[in-house]
Write a protein that binds this ligand. Sequence first.
Ligand code: PMP
Length: 358
Amino acid sequence: MLSLLRASRLAHSYQLQAGKRGLASASAGPGFVNAVGNTPLIYLKTLSEQTGCHILGKAEFQNPGGSVKDRAAIGIIQDAEEKGLIQPGGTVVEGTAGNTGIGLAHVCRSKGYKCVIFMPNTQSQEKIDLLRMLGAEVHPVPANYNHQAREYAATLPNTIWTDQFDNTANMGAHYLTTGPEIWEQTQGKVDAFVCATGTGGTLAGVGKYLKEKSGGKVQVWLADPPGSVLHAYLSSGGKLVERKGSSITEGIGQGRVTDNLATFINDVDGSLTISDEKSIVMLYQLLDTEGLYLGASTALNVVAAVEVAQKLGKGSTIVTALCDGAYRYQSRLFSKQWLRSKELYDVIPDHLKKYAVL
Ligand code: PMP
């Protein structure tokens, strides 16, 4: 695990880089890059009325690659360019099964890099096809896909391994863009930010920016799915337990403190675990009452936002991330058979069951 000293050095060095680059939210660049960010902040009306609070969701699903990870993909590649680690015509390699690969594949096309993705061979054909349609070379492998990505990158010239978990340019992208956007969109009237972590880039980058801008007043809460160890880590004062259990959410949950999260973990104000039962009901409710068709990590984030709102009391303003849409998961999340196999169909209220059409 990263030492605290190293974590604080990383955060400091990131701040310096951010300052030097002077990047703003609306950075100029080729098509895809220029279209990422500046996402709307959506007022979740029904939940706000129910809680007497302002529950706001940052619409990251509106990024052109479809998720919050577009920002990290750009941040990591721009950082490598600025450090001279990759030159025109170079190759970008990552081990990923999901949104980061999609974001990287888009950025690579827009900047003329080759994109190589290693992923577990258990992933759906749709994901492999999508990455290939975006021009990536995909290697489905039986195990250790991240390790294989690193090894492969080391053998080629003009090639970077993007290392999303421990490359702090990831959290830096959120520090430079998502955090400032939320601060501006709320005009600084924000009491808490809460979200789950995969790499921890979103939580650490947004959290760090909002804490700095508010002089520490904005609370930052971490939300865990079942099978993640970070809630236990935070509530035990820093003990890492073994991962147990699993979740229907994808892209979130962690077994360790990544370097991205380590830059901020000491400033996290509180944490929660959210059950799959609560997440799936929220997923259907968001569709029914807000017209939003969102993925399971987003549903978990919104449940957590409601719980933090209840802790902070009426009138408080809570922001969370709406990470991606349901489109990439619909054959599961809207299938009766799949929901039954996870013992989740019966927890969906009767008036919402009509949405489980598959
Ligand atoms: N939700 C989804 C759907 C994701 O793909 C990810 C990234 N793996 C996250 C949330 C978490 O974001 P981060 O990596 O910034 O913690």
